[in-house]
Design a protein around this ligand. Sequence first.
Ligand SMILES: Cc1cc2nc3c(=O)[nH]c(=O)nc-3n(C[C@H](O)[C@H](O)[C@H](O)COP(=O)(O)OP(=O)(O)OC[C@H]3O[C@@H](n4cnc5c(N)ncnc54)[C@H](O)[C@@H]3O)c2cc1C
Ligand code: FES
Length: 259
Amino acid sequence: MLEDAEIKSNECLCGDYRKVDFNAPGVSSPAQPGQFAHVRIPQMRDRILRRPFSICNVSEGGMLSIVYKVVGEGTRILSEMKPGEVCNLMGPQGRPFSLPKANEVPVIIAGGYGSAATYLLARRSPQAGILLLGARTSQDIILAGEYTECGFDVRLSTEDGSSGKKGMVTDLLEEVVKEGIKGVRFYACGPHGMLMAVATKLIGAGHEDAEMSLDHLMCCGVGACFACVVKVKDDNPDGWRYARTCSEGPVFSAGDIYC
Ligand SMILES: Cc1cc2nc3c(=O)[nH]c(=O)nc-3n(C[C@H](O)[C@H](O)[C@H](O)COP(=O)(O)OP(=O)(O)OC[C@H]3O[C@@H](n4cnc5c(N)ncnc54)[C@H](O)[C@@H]3O)c2cc1C
Ligand code: FES
């Protein structure tokens, strides 16, 4: 679905993170947790490619929220856009997270903008669980309060110790795995290095079914150009094949990722 979406608000959350709310009933109503919107940001002159952003939240009134970090030209231009201006959205794109079953306890591991990519999952989960949120400093922690409002037990780690436990989010994960909670279901989204460390730990603990959202540079966003491939396990003699994160992902089972 392609939709011209008017910006309703575009505000700073903290540090370089911002939240933009679009009026986008066509893209928001079928959206599922983990899917993304491929956004055409106007005024990018020669840089015509859309930019992918996870759908953080949707409302029944057709609002679609994205939380984004300003990292380059597209996100800088987006950060300067005002309510009333319009971006073209394509979506919802990609394979979503599967919702936990009623008797499963979701444990979400997030770093960077990962907590935005998994927020709709937390909202739609039949029961609250645990959020393990890792950041470099307290300035990089986003949406912790929103998860608490959903009933989640939010556990923080920062690399500099400015908030929560000093260290990496994988330290928090080890503690949860040791707790041996029954019926636990793991989900993760964050920077590539973090995700690979999380996948290794979860596979080692027998949680191959953990679902991970892989962030990869994208071009077309619809499976046509193969710019976004990652290696996944396969039955062929090499033991792996390329999968397109935009159409076969971005959500993959930890056990399917070829590390
Ligand atoms: C499925 C998916 C969901 C995403 N969801 C979000 C989200 O919810 N919030 C958010 O802030 N970002 C998200 N991203 C990343 C976002 O798409 C990029 O940050 C954005 O495209 C950068 O555009 P730009 O023009 O500002 O930067 P550019 O000028 O294109 O690049 C600036 C710098 O950012 C790096 N970069 C660009 N794209 C990515 C990427 N995909 N991963 C890592 N580094 C990148 C470039 O290598 C370069 O160093 C997502 C990416 C994918 C694939
Ligand atoms: S971005 Fe073109 S195939 Fe995925």
